[in-house]
Design a protein around this ligand. Sequence first.
Ligand code: HEC
Length: 148
Amino acid sequence: MKIRNFLLVSMVVLIAACGEPAQHRINSETGMVERIFDENQIKHGEAVYVANCVVCHGHNGEATSEWRKTGPDGKYPPPPLNGTAHTWHHSTEVLKRTILKGGPPEFGSMPAWEDKLTEQQVDDVIVWIKSLWPDEIYDVWYKNFEGK
Ligand code: HEC
């Protein structure tokens, strides 16, 4: 076996042995948690988002800056998902549940997606949403919810 092939095979074995690739690393200089998301997962998540969520939450998850005000029907509009509203105040589990089950109908018009999307698609779209957040927001979110 050529040395290059040998290295390649060893790497694949190593990655397989480690299971899921890490999604984070700590920056040793700043102490901040940094994302190392899988680019393919982000792409899959973006496709799910474009097909299903853009109409309400906007192209880059920006929705409306007026998300705190109820509309004429007394319901809240779709909030931004890009880190400028409160999406990052929720754990991954809560975000997943909101997407699968939808929001309370008296509160807003967030549909339930459990019959339309697979769990994998929901996981992918959550990774895409998290990829929109500014570095500082992600760091605080991670330390509050995952890093305990
Ligand atoms: C018909 C409009 C509409 C569509 C389509 C829609 N949403 Fe929503 N979404 C809302 C509204 C309104 C809320 C706020 C009310 C609530 O949380 O119940 C919301 C809330 C959310 C939240 C919680 C946000 C927070 O800050 O707590 C997430 C996450 C979310 N949506 C993701 C998605 C994803 C992912 C899709 C596509 C698969 C999607 N939404 C499609 C209207 C929509």
